[in-house]
Design a protein around this ligand. Structure first.
Ligand code: HEC
Length: 507
């Protein structure tokens, strides 16, 4: 097999740009020909878009994209039979569509107008791509961490950790059994360690202001790297954690956050939902055909500014005027909405507050057009919200309270048989889903402990969403990072949401 040193172009950075973004060393986009004669820009047809960032290939039904990472490409392949690629035969393939085995490639793969310099760069890049295991794995153990910030209550933290601990314990017990089975069989024991590894889950607790989290994360990571982050909890913006994951190229699977605030093009974090920002989108949709001129938002707490800003931008772009009031969470009952916010009967009040924070405010809210956040009211919508008479609504990006939830029912049985009390059912069942997703991709990784491969696999794991509780229409697909994309806006009658005729909204 050819080694990286056999390919003499050091410019793997240029190769990476071609592979991931479809940009040539000159800075121009690659040109590609699809379906025989249709010219397109390589930026829409980067190698990554089909072969995955890891180059480990992908399959969706009958559509199979072969692995092209160096260890596969520059080695002979038995099926379909072909010799190892060389720089010359790769050039021939990219330009003419003929494989190293002399077979005409199917038209699914584009042809590229690519010079010798470009071929040299892509060759060098592919030679090194996914060539060694990612950090956080050794012969016996694969290490993960769950990030929890100190604004999370001890009760919620313990409830979620009970799920994660029990899952990892079960997983390791089964791994031991599988390993013993391998030992008893005819398989040489050296292969045993190439597949089955015990999971080690550390809890990374972050303390203090979120501006200091990056430093704390880097320190934990430097002292002992982990392969991926699993689950997690915070009541503040998740952005510092997702930035850490982008910087170090670490998969971060399904943190329990209602404050996902990824940057455009972020790759490594998968979220359940955009949380409060999604609710802002739902409320904006609903408000756009109400007899309202002005929107007044009130909020308190550190996680909310992104949702407040989102609603403001959406409403202002539709010509509404918007006022925001950040309240003192400890002094809410003394708030006088009318005098202090200048609301009128032509305005809508968006109340970004939790159930307990609302106590004492109901009289002031009565008779107004009010919107609540179901996430902040804990999402269950079982307890009466408030005795608001009419014109009250709740944004609800979850399953309706009266819809059955088979994934949750399954989790419930699992938890009960392990003696786990459900004190934070949504976060606990979500954490369980994160574990299932991780277990599934780790099983399919085989002996290739490549982080980017984890992400590439999740991009093609629509089948997993059948196990996701709480969300009625989850989807996973290439490039999607939010499993839930919509929700409801439900009228409140006598303190309870009215679900009849509820329509699903995707903002
Ligand atoms: C639109 C999807 C798509 C894009 C974009 C794409 N490929 Fe492919 N590629 C395929 C498919 C599908 C095959 C398998 C076709 C077949 O076997 O007939 C393939 C086959 C290959 C093969 C042959 C592997 C073998 O074992 O013979 C190589 C090498 C390859 N691609 C490299 C690249 C490179 C490098 C790029 C970017 C410059 C790229 N591909 C972009 C879909 C794509």
């Amino acid at each position: 097999m050819a080694r990286i040193a056999d390919f003499d172009t050091p410019d793997t950075e240029a190769g990476r740009r071609m592979y991931r973004d479809g940009i040539l060393p000159s800075g121009e986009p690659l040109t590609a020909i699809v379906a025989g004669d249709v010219p397109v820009l390589g930026t829409q047809f980067s190698c990554q878009s089909c072969h995955g960032r890891s180059g480990m290939g992908a399959s969706e039904g009958a559509y199979i994209v072969p692995p092209i990472a160096g260890q596969f490409l520059f080695a002979p392949s038995p099926q379909p039979a072909r010799p190892a690629y060389t720089e010359a035969s790769l050039a021939h393939l990219l330009r003419e569509g003929v494989t190293a085995g002399g077979r005409d490639l199917s038209e699914l793969m584009p042809l590229y107008d690519i010079g010798d310099e470009g071929v040299a760069s892509i060759t060098a890049y592919l030679a090194g791509l996914s060539s060694k295991s990612s950090p956080g794995v050794d012969d016996k153990v694969i290490r993960f961490a769950t990030v929890i910030t100190d604004d999370v209550t001890a009760q919620t933290r313990d409830a979620v950790l009970a799920v994660l601990d029990a899952f990892v314990r079960d997983k390791n017990k089964n791994t031991r059994l599988e390993s013993e089975r391998w030992d008893r069989g005819s398989t040489p024991s050296s292969r045993l360690h190439t597949v089955h590894r015990a999971w080690d889950l550390e809890v990374w607790e972050l303390t203090g202001p979120s501006g200091t989290w990056a430093g704390q994360l880097e320190q934990r990571y430097a002292s002992e790297p982990v392969f991926a982050l699993l689950s997690g909890l915070s009541n503040q913006s998740w952005a510092p954690v997702s930035e850490f994951c982008e910087r170090n190229e670490i998969p971060c699977l399904f943190p329990g956050t209602d404050f996902a605030e990824p940057d455009d093009g972020d790759f490594y974090t998968f979220y359940y939902s955009e949380g409060l920002v999604l609710e802002a989108g739902l409320i904006a949709e609903h408000l756009s055909n109400q007899p309202v001129e002005k929107v007044v938002q009130v909020y308190c707490g550190p996680g909310l500014p992104a949702a407040v800003a989102e609603l403001r931008v959406l409403m202002e772009s539709n010509g509404f005027s918007v006022d925001d009031y950040m309240l003192d969470c400890n002094d809410l009952p003394s708030m006088r909405f009318e005098e202090e916010t200048g609301t009128t009967d032509r305005s809508a009040l968006v109340v970004w507050l939790e159930q307990e924070e609302l106590l004492g405010l109901s009289e002031q809210l009565s008779g107004r057009r009010v919107y609540f956040s179901s996430t902040l009211l804990t999402g269950e919508l079982e307890a009466p919200i408030l005795s608001v008479p009419d014109q009250a609504f709740v944004a609800h990006p979850f399953r309706l309270p009266d819809q059955i939830d088979p994934a949750f029912a399954r989790f419930n049985v699992w938890a009960r048989t392990r003696g786990i009390k459900l004190t934070a059912p949504r976060l606990q069942s979500e954490a369980f889903f994160a574990c299932l997703a991780l277990k599934d991709v780790v099983a399919h990784m085989g002996r290739f402990f490549i982080r980017d491969y984890v992400i590439d696999m999740l991009d093609h794991k629509q089948s997993l969403v059948a196990y996701l509780p709480y969300y009625p229409r989850p989807t996973l697909g290439p490039g999607q990072r939010f499993v839930n994309k919509g929700g409801y806006v439900l009228p409140i009658l006598n303190g309870h949401p009215n679900t009849s005729g509820a329509g699903w909204i995707v903002p």
